[in-house]
Design a protein around this ligand. Sequence first.
Ligand SMILES: Nc1ncnc2c1ncn2[C@@H]1O[C@H](COP(=O)(O)OP(=O)(O)OP(=O)(O)O)[C@@H](O)[C@H]1O
Length: 271
Amino acid sequence: MNMLTEAAVEKALDHKMSNVPYKMIGKDVSVYYGEKRALFDVNLNVRENTVTALIGPSGCGKSTFLRCLNRMNDTIDGCRVTGKITLDTDDVYDPDIDVVELRARVGMVFQKPNPFPKTIYENVSYGPRIHGLAKSKADLDQIVETSLQRAGLWNEVKDRVHESGTGLSGGQQQRLCIARAVAVSPEVILMDEPCSALDPIATAKVEELIHELRENYTIVIVTHSMQQAARVSQRTAMFHLGNLVEENDTDKMFTNPDDPRTQDYIMGRFG
Ligand SMILES: Nc1ncnc2c1ncn2[C@@H]1O[C@H](COP(=O)(O)OP(=O)(O)OP(=O)(O)O)[C@@H](O)[C@H]1O
């Protein structure tokens, strides 16, 4: 298949996004930090094997919504979430759900690469070990290798997996964090501005990786970069002042959005 045909197929697939099933459903999601309300009845669904970008001006609630998806807001004192979020058929906020298990199914990559101050091997093998995913040392070795391969890092580190993860470059550290998230076989990966601390070359590598990861995982990414949202995502959701303004196929959002606030934000008129 030549490049043109491939691009045409990709485009056609993008236009069929409305047929892609939902992996996560957010219904009437509101979030309060003490008295302050940060999200207002957000209805946003995340499609399977799709990259969904969350955009909007600073403080509009993108990270707050992202953190609802794997209950990371539980760790913030005074934070209260109402509404309903499901992962497949499971209620994410069911009091009986095992939150550690949930966060393995819905992994997270943060803004600043945050490897543990341990070896590359230990960074990637920690999750599989605590979740009992490997029966033997050989199994664990295999998981580490596959995860580093999926994160596009294996070739760069295969001769030094027993050296410190913090000795890697910023971009390599972020790919190590992606390998660490991938190692526990998540279904969804949440990324909160994963490239904001990276230079353009490292950013391009991570973006390429996000594109590849979509084959096996559902991805939700918060980004301040309109170019990045347009490059990596198939669906885009625009937030403003705690409200979901619009959610649509990414190419429609960037060419013919339904809401004037989306148009203004994309054109750099506010935010
Ligand atoms: N831990 C917290 N305690 C109190 N208020 C918070 C907390 N985290 C976020 N907020 C408030 O909730 C609102 C939404 O913040 P959030 O970080 O979700 O926005 P954002 O769109 O991700 O912003 P940015 O693009 O600047 O990261 C803001 O008004 C913010 O001040």
